[in-house]
Every structure is written in C-alpha cells, then in structure tokens.
Design a protein around this ligand. Structure first.
Ligand code: ADE
Ligand code: ZN
Length: 336
C-alpha cells in the first residue's frame, strides 16, 4: 500500500514553501547568514513544535523564517522540497509563498521570487515536477499592505500563477481583501484563499462570493453548514485539506476525527496536502497514508483524492489531461 500511495501521480496544492524549512536547514541558514534563531539547538526548536492552535504555530513559523535571506536560501529550500515531493509522486505543485514575511524585514521581493523561481525551473528538469507559484497575502496585516505588496509584485506577475490569503484567520475575514483580489483577477491571476480552518463556515462563503476564489484552502469548518457542503459538491469547488496540520493545530483532537472522509462521501472535491510539512510531521505521501489508516480509506478512495488533486490544478486542459492519463495508466497497471 505504501509503495502504491507514494507512486500515485498527484498534485500538491496546499504547501507553504516557508513551511518546508526543516530545523537542520534553519540552523544551517542561520549560520551561513550570521543570524541567530531564538532557540539554542535543533532539538530545542523541534521541541517548540508542540502547538495549541494556529497562532501558536504561526509565532514559531515567522520566528524561523528570519534565517531566509538570500536567493540561495530560497533556492535551496525549494529544491529540497521538490526532491521530497517527487519521491512522493507529486507531478504538479502549486506552491504558496508569503512575500510580506520577507519584504517586511528588508528582503527584496525579487530575491524571494528569483530564488524560488530558479529552483522551480531546475525541479522541472531534474525531477519532472511541473509547478506554479501562488503569492499569499498575510491577513493579520492591513488590507492596504496586501495592496502595496500586489503593486510590488507587478513587475513579476508573469512568474505568478495566482494569489492566496493566509495567516491568522479568526477576526480577519475574507471580505477585508475584496479590492486586492479584484485587482489580481483583472491581471489574470488565479484565486484561492485559506478559509474555514479555524474560522467559521461563513468565511468560506465570503471567500467564494466576495473574493471569487476557485479553491478553498482547508475548508474543514464548511461542514458546519450543510447547504454550503451541498454547494461545494454541486459546484465542484476543491478543498485543499491538510489532515496532519489540522491535528497538530488542534482543529481535530485525533486524525480519526477528521471530516475528510465524510466530505469525500458527500461528493466534495477533497484533496490531501501537507501545508507546512517540516512543522507538522509529514510530507504529502505521509498525509495520504496516515489519513487512509485513520479514516479507513481504501485504494479507490486515494485514487479519487489523487484524481481530484490533478483536476483541481490550474494547468491548461491538455497538461491536466496528460497527468490524468498518467494516473489512469498507473492505476491500471499497479492496483494493489
Ligand atoms: N501559513 C502557513 N501555514 C498556514 C496555515 N495552516 N493557516 C494559515 N496560515 C498559514
Ligand atoms: Zn496553509
């Protein structure tokens, strides 16, 4: 089963590149950049990964991101992720980055995008992983700052696939960001947003109706609103779910309690992703495997989830079809 799942051609659609910063890498970058981390050792940093909620994680996540300073740091971080992703059967990765986390401490936007972009190009060649970059706005900062970030991104728009919205959710609803999403849409960018991770089902509705997003990142709380669940299924709106993240951040007490299986049964276009794998105990393959084990999902369910992930990509139809054909060939040949 493990070999079958790791080999399943799949897309990863909810992955924060800063969340792939492994503790060892954080200390190596800190040393080469002459910056210090607020933790004395790799073990002490790992021990801080005992989160009580989203905010307790974000505090550590932003504290470790200070080691990312040069184009080489962003390159090394990204290429390491792509290598791991390829080993988990990822054929397409639509990757989030948080420019404000970096520009806010004086790192030029271009340094971030050039470093990540060079690794994405090499990752395509070396590992055969197709990719796109989604710029997320930090919702705990004022909407004006999101707009200023969008303006800073204008010279780089051809390198961006879309925009997203992340960081502290409760109290920072999607409706605050309508203007910047309108601008992103007018520039031809694809639209996604985190919604219904800790925040209410209404934030999922706002993301759909006010921001016009095409996918919802997380969306677990949509289940509180049966009409919304029916709409997600009817309109085939993908949810990029991250089961191990939700347990680490106490959205669910146990993986066995996760609602991914119920939403899948309700016909929602559910996908499995890793969010911030260096912090949450597993990359995408491990998310598939542990979720299957906890929820009793079988091979057919996991094939459906992988199929959903490929269908939910922002690839042109031909490229999408080529990956779906790859999946069909794999399942035909390798069904366990
Ligand atoms: N930034 C990185 N990971 C996040 C998550 N799971 N939710 C909101 N913002 C994030
Ligand atoms: Zn996320």
């Amino acid at each position: 089963m493990e070999e079958f799942v790791r080999g399943l051609p799949k897309a990863e659609l909810h992955l924060h590149i800063e969340g792939t910063l492994e503790p060892e890498m954080a200390f190596a970058f800190a040393e080469r950049n002459g910056v210090s981390l607020p933790y004395p050792s790799v073990d002490a940093l790992r021990a801080a990964y005992d989160f009580t909620d989203l905010q307790s994680f974000l505090d550590v996540y932003y504290a470790t991101a200070v080691v990312l300073r040069t184009e080489a740091d962003f390159y090394d971080l990204t290429i390491a992720y792509l290598e791991r992703a390829a080993a988990d059967g990822v054929r397409r990765a639509e990757i989030f980055f948080d420019p404000q986390t970096h520009t806010g401490r004086g790192i030029p936007f271009g340094t971030v995008v050039d470093g990540i972009g060079a690794a994405l190009a090499d990752g395509r060649e070396r590992f055969g992983v197709s990719s796109g970059l989604i710029m997320c706005f930090l919702r705990h900062l004022p909407p004006d700052e999101a707009t200023a970030t969008f303006e800073e991104a204008l010279p780089y728009l051809d390198r961006l696939l879309g925009v997203g919205l992340d960081s502290s959710e409760v109290g920072n609803p999607p409706e605050l960001f309508t203007e910047v999403y309108e601008r992103a849409r007018s520039e031809g960018l694809r639209l996604v947003a985190h919604a219904g991770e800790e925040g209410p089902a209404d934030y999922v509705r706002q993301a759909l109706d006010l921001l016009g997003v095409e996918r919802i990142d997380h969306g677990v709380r949509a289940e509180d609103d049966p009409e919304l669940v029916a709409r997600l299924a009817r309109e085939r709106i993908p949810l990029t779910m991250c089961p191990l993240s939700n347990v680490k951040l106490k959205v669910f007490d146990r993986l066995e309690d996760h609602n991914l299986g119920r939403l899948l049964d309700a016909g929602v276009m559910v996908t499995i992703n890793s969010d911030d794998p260096a912090f949450f105990g597993g990359y995408v393959g491990t998310n598939y495997l542990r979720t299957a084990e906890a929820l009793g999902l079988g091979p057919d369910d996991l094939v459906q989830v992988a199929r959903n992930s490929l269908e939910a990509t922002f690839l042109p139809d031909d490229d999408k079809q080529a990956l779906l054909d790859e999946l069909d060939a794999y399942v035909g040949a390798d069904a366990p």
